[in-house]
Each structure stands twice: as structure tokens, then as C-alpha cells.
Design a protein around this ligand. Structure first.
Ligand SMILES: NC(=O)c1ccc[n+]([C@@H]2O[C@H](COP(=O)([O-])OP(=O)(O)OC[C@H]3O[C@@H](n4cnc5c(N)ncnc54)[C@H](OP(=O)(O)O)[C@@H]3O)[C@@H](O)[C@H]2O)c1
Length: 276
């Protein structure tokens, strides 16, 4: 099985790189702009991968409010182009979606049949990417992730460690609920889904759900840090992008189809922090 991975410097792509190398898989990480038509067609045409893993994305949720064109170019046009190339060269496409396509009005975990209604430009661009990738005609698997963490700097755990360094009190929202998802678990499940020949839309998260407050509390405890934690509301931060209050997704569908158990988010956080 040949894999072409995009988004080389991102946290999920890095996890794939470690895993594919370790397991002796045939893979390529071209330094590829996924919005460059010629570059994409050449890279896919030359390597003819069985699977394209699209880990590239525009992930700046607040900046997307003012950089809408850039967000849509990368998150919507990019996957459409990869899907087009995948179809032409007979590859399958795995593309990653986001929990921010939901509006948070539900009170129980979102399932795949729930209707998206994104509240912000990032979510809109991610939803457009899903639709375009599916419509372009390649065999496509959309895996929706949430609150991704792993080695790297662009994630909540890294930022929390930085904020906690000087021992100050930290304010965390308790009205923002989703599922922290470990890159290693996302890689495990993706590879099983590819081997199982899945296509269509699936939610891929660790199990359970929590607020930012609970997530921060678990991380500080695991690290033995004594920072005082204060409960806050989203409105206290006045961020440019509106976020869903509740965007936890259920991984039941993919777990049942692959006959697997995806670890609880607390277990995954513990594994990550103890692996370093
Ligand atoms: N991180 C989360 O909490 C989260 C939550 C839900 C869903 N997701 C989705 O999960 C997937 C993986 O996320 P991640 O956390 O691994 O993202 P990440 O760490 O932000 O990595 C994304 C990478 O894509 C690169 N990139 C941006 N534009 C590109 C382009 N035109 N061509 C090629 N590469 C480009 C970025 O490079 P630069 O840094 O140089 O721009 C970055 O290295 C994405 O689809 C993301 O939307 C993530």
C-alpha cells in the first residue's frame, strides 16, 4: 500500500510520518501546496499512491473570520483538487473534517446523520471541503476530528503548558464541550479504516467528552502542576470566531464498523503526557 501524505509540518501528518516509517510502509511526503493544480497533479501522477492522506489544512479558527478566502482555498478547494487527482490516478482519498461544522444546538453527541450548520468561517470552509471532496468522484473517506493534540506546538496542551509555566491562575471555559483526540489514536483508526475499505463520512474522536475546563484540569493533574483553575464562559474571551458550545461527536459508527474500542480522552491524554 502506497501513501501520499500532505501537510508535512502539521501534527497529524507528523504522527503518520512516524508510524508509516516505523512499520516500513511505502509513503511519500512531498512538500506540496494542495491548492497548486499542477503540483498536485504531478505529485499524484508520478507516485500513483493507493491512498492520499490529506492532513493539510488552514486551522486558524479566529483568523479565518478575516482570511476567509485563504481558509476556503486551503480547506475547500484543496480537498476538491486532491479528490480530482485521486480520481484521475485511481487513488483513494482520506480527508479530515472538523466538529466545528456543527452549531452546538444538540445536547447529545453528534452522529454522522446530524445536519451541519457551521457558526464560523473556519467551520464553513471545512464543511465546503467535505462536500467538494465527496462530489469530485474519487473514493473518499471523510474522518471528522475534534480538539486534536499530539507532539507539536499548535494544540491546546502545548499552549496550556506554556500558560501554566509561571504558576499563574488559569481561566478555562466550561461552556465549550467536545472531545480531545490524540493524533496516535487518529492514525491507528485511520489505518484500520483504510485497510477495512471504508468510504463516506465518519466521526473519529477519542471516547467520552469534556469541557475545556475539564481538559485543562486533567492535563494539570497529570503534569503535577498546581495552577489555580477558574471556570469561565466563552463570552469572557470575546474571540472573533463564534464556537459551538457543544460539538462532541460520537465515534460509535466507526468503532462498530471496525469492531474496535477507541480509548477515552483521559486515557489518551495520560498516554501522550507519559510518553514524552
Ligand atoms: N487541530 C485541531 O484541533 C483540529 C480539530 C478538528 C479538525 N482538525 C482537522 O484535522 C486535520 C489535521 O489537523 P492538524 O491539527 O494536524 O493541523 P495542523 O497541525 O495545523 O497542520 C496542518 C498543516 O497544513 C499545512 N498547510 C496549510 N496550507 C497548506 C497548503 N496549501 N498545502 C499544504 N499544506 C498546507 C500547515 O502549514 P502551515 O502551518 O505552514 O500553514 C500545517 O503544517 C485538519 O484537516 C484539521 O482541519 C483539526
Amino acid at each position: 500500500m502506497k501513501y501520499l501524505v500532505t501537510g508535512i509540518d502539521g501534527q497529524l501528518a507528523a504522527a503518520f510520518s512516524r508510524r508509516l516509517e516505523k512499520t516500513g510502509m511505502d509513503f511519500k511526503y512531498p512538500r506540496l501546496d494542495i491548492t497548486d493544480f499542477d503540483g498536485v497533479m504531478e505529485a499524484v501522477g508520478a507516485y500513483r499512491p493507493d491512498v492520499i492522506l490529506n492532513c493539510a489544512a488552514y486551522n486558524f479558527v479566529d483568523k479565518a473570520e478575516t482570511e476567509r478566502a485563504q481558509a476556503f482555498k486551503i480547506n475547500a478547494f484543496g480537498p476538491a483538487l486532491l479528490s480530482y487527482a485521486a480520481q484521475k490516478y485511481n487513488s483513494a482519498l482520506v480527508h479530515y473534517g472538523s466538529d466545528y461544522i456543527f452549531d452546538g444546538s444538540k445536547k447529545s453527541p453528534y452522529v454522522e446523520s446530524d445536519l451541519p450548520n457551521p457558526l464560523n468561517q473556519y467551520g464553513k470552509s471545512k464543511f465546503a471541503g467535505e462536500k467538494l471532496a465527496m462530489e469530485t468522484g474519487a473514493r473518499t473517506l471523510i474522518l471528522r476530528l475534534s480538539w486534536v493534540f499530539g507532539p507539536g506546538r499548535q494544540n491546546f496542551i502545548h499552549k496550556l503548558r506554556e500558560w501554566a509555566e509561571d504558576g499563574r491562575a488559569l481561566k478555562m471555559t466550561d461552556d465549550e464541550i467536545s472531545v480531545p483526540t490524540y493524533t496516535e489514536d487518529a492514525v491507528n483508526v485511520t489505518l484500520k479504516a483504510v485497510q477495512g475499505g471504508l468510504s463516506g463520512v465518519y466521526h473519529l474522536t477519542n471516547s467520552g467528552a469534556c469541557s475545556r475546563y475539564e481538559w485543562a484540569e486533567a492535563v494539570l493533574k497529570e503534569l503535577g502542576l498546581k495552577n489555580k483553575l477558574e471556570r469561565a464562559h466563552q463570552r469572557d474571551f470575546d474571540l472573533p470566531a463564534k464556537r459551538p458550545g457543544f460539538s462532541a461527536m460520537s465515534n460509535h459508527k466507526i468503532s462498530a464498523e471496525l469492531k474496535i474500542h477507541i480509548p477515552d480522552w483521559r486515557e489518551a491524554v495520560g498516554q501522550f503526557l507519559n510518553a514524552r
